[in-house]
Design a protein around this ligand. Structure first.
Ligand code: FRU
Length: 497
């Protein structure tokens, strides 16, 4: 059965998106690859389906598709709750915690609040270590490694190795800025610089969950450097803000101490323009021969995260994505696609689609007759001038996607509707977006639907739209409706997953 606008939305376990066994989940934490396993820790409150005292939940995977749940990694104690952070492999036992062997270190924020007033809290950076491939964790006796400087919002340490300066770097969210700390031994840290004032997007809320990494640039000018540094920042919703929490990024240079934004300070670059892509983090320590930068985000928005439909568990992660940088007329921008593991042996799963290439005139055209509730699709379209099309990627009436081409520009419009009877959810969940694409009449779409979400990349992955979406799309067709003009479908693929 398909949800209509009038029916309350229901939660159903996704197939390919990570969810906790039960209870509440928010941010991905401590993403690290070690001994052939991808580790995924996460902000977890196992005892209820709303946010509560934060633990680190834990799972591992060898293929980014199948996850094995492991026991809780970090549990709150008298020091406080265990907020977000990162993990790394200490390959050469720089910390001295591993008796000369490699081991895993997790950096997290301790959050300690006054008993009578949750708004009165202290945050400090702490360390935990594991000598057994992440199966058990000890909190470091010398915690905190960075004490509170007196700012309230001081959290989410992301630790990376900076090879040119041969030092460890920690990016930390501090109010509406990112502090960069450096260390030789992973235990004592020195503040090197602060980035953020007057840069990018600010709301009434704090900046959160930074990430910092270097990527090669495809299509870079010959006289320009071959790589750039990317600083990713979560922007928490202000109370008055209708969009809610979102993820921005900066492109530039990092010398081991300072990040320099190469775009105009006021330019806002969004990693995702949907409503439900937050607290993104990338994996540390992928094998060098892999060479990818893989990231995962929490599929949610703080505006309504505690009120989304649930059935014993609440919260899901995005499917892991591969990030890259590409030169464009406006500057260097991020591009995203699904980690190749998504398709695995895709031939087996490929489903017949309408014959392409072919041109479609006004009317409804079924590109795929009967889709599956969990599926991946790809389309390359060319809209003739004065064409308007609508695409139903199996989401039915609760989600609409329209593209129009006026001869010069391509305009995208999409709408999400739905309610579940909770006032905050019903008010904030419906969404409209109108946006121009710099592509003329030609455009590509790639998407993944699963129970509870739609992840959509347009324009070769330059525009990412990630949304919670609770329709039950089983057996629905993928439909192209040409409302005016004509549309050529150059390529169409569909995989049942
Ligand atoms: C982001 C965040 C982090 C914090 C965690 C608490 O979603 O607010 O800044 O560490 O969630 O659960």
């Amino acid at each position: 059965m398909t949800a209509t606008n009038a029916e309350p939305l229901r939660a159903q376990r996704p197939v390919l998106h990570f969810t906790p066994p039960e209870g509440w989940m928010n941010d991905p934490n401590g993403l690290v690859c070690f001994a052939g396993e991808y580790h995924l820790f996460y902000q977890y409150y196992p005892h209820d389906r709303v946010w509560g005292p934060m633990h680190w939940g834990h799972a591992v995977s060898r293929d980014l598709v199948h996850w094995e749940h492991l026991p809780l990694a970090l549990i709150p104690d008298e020091a406080g709750m265990c907020f977000s952070g990162s993990a790394i492999v200490d390959w050469h036992d720089t910390s001295g915690l591993f008796g000369g062997r490699p081991g895993l270190l997790a950096f997290y924020t301790v959050h300690r609040q006054a008993e009578d007033d949750p708004a009165d809290y202290v945050q400090e950076q702490c360390l935990a270590y594991s000598q057994d491939r992440g199966r058990s964790w000890q909190k470091y006796a010398g915690n905190p490694v960075i004490a509170s400087p007196g700012f309230k919002d001081f959290r989410d340490p992301k630790v990376i190795w900076h090879a040119p300066s041969r030092r460890w770097v920690m990016a930390l969210a501090c109010g509406q800025a990112i502090q960069l700390h450096v260390s030789d031994d992973l235990l004592s840290w020195r503040l090197a610089s602060t980035f953020g004032e007057g840069q990018g997007a600010h709301t009434d809320g704090p900046w959160e969950c930074p990430d910092l990494f270097e990527l090669p640039v495809e299509g870079a000018a010959e006289d320009a450097p071959a790589t750039r540094w990317v600083l990713v920042v979560g922007v928490c919703a202000g109370e008055q803000d209708d969009f809610g929490s979102f993820t921005q990024y900066f492109v530039g240079d990092f010398d081991g101490e300072r990040f320099h934004n190469e775009n105009p300070a006021e330019r806002v670059l969004l990693m995702d323009e949907g409503r439900d892509f937050y607290a993104v983090q990338s994996w540390s320590d992928l094998p060098a021969e892999d060479g990818r930068r893989l990231a995962i985000a929490w599929l949610n928005n703080w505006l309504y995260a505690n009120q989304i439909p649930e059935s014993g568990w609440r919260g899901a992660m995005s499917f892991p994505r591969e990030l890259s940088l590409v030169g464009t007329p406006e500057g260097i921008r991020m591009r995203q696609t699904f980690a190749v593991e998504l398709l695995g042996s895709s031939e087996r799963r490929s489903v017949p689609v309408a014959t392409v290439p072919s041109e479609f005139g006004p009317g409804e055209h079924r590109l795929v007759e009967a889709g599956s509730a969990t599926a991946h699709g790809r389309l390359a379209l060319e809209l003739r001038p004065d064409t308007v099309i609508a695409l139903d990627l199996q989401q039915g009436r609760q989600f609409s996607l329209r593209l129009s081409h006026d001869g010069a520009r391509l305009h995208l419009e999409h709408r999400r509707d739905g309610r579940n009877g909770d006032a905050a959810f019903d008010r904030h969940y419906p969404h409209r977006l109108g946006r121009e694409l710099p592509t003329g009449g030609a455009v590509t779409l790639e998407w993944l639907i699963d129970h509870g979400s739609l992840e959509l990349f347009l324009d070769g992955g330059r525009l990412s739209l990630t949304h919670l979406s609770f329709a039950d799309p089983d057996q629905r067709p993928v439909v192209l409706r040409v409302e005016a003009g004509a549309c050529r479908v150059i390529d169409a693929r569909y995989h049942r997953l």
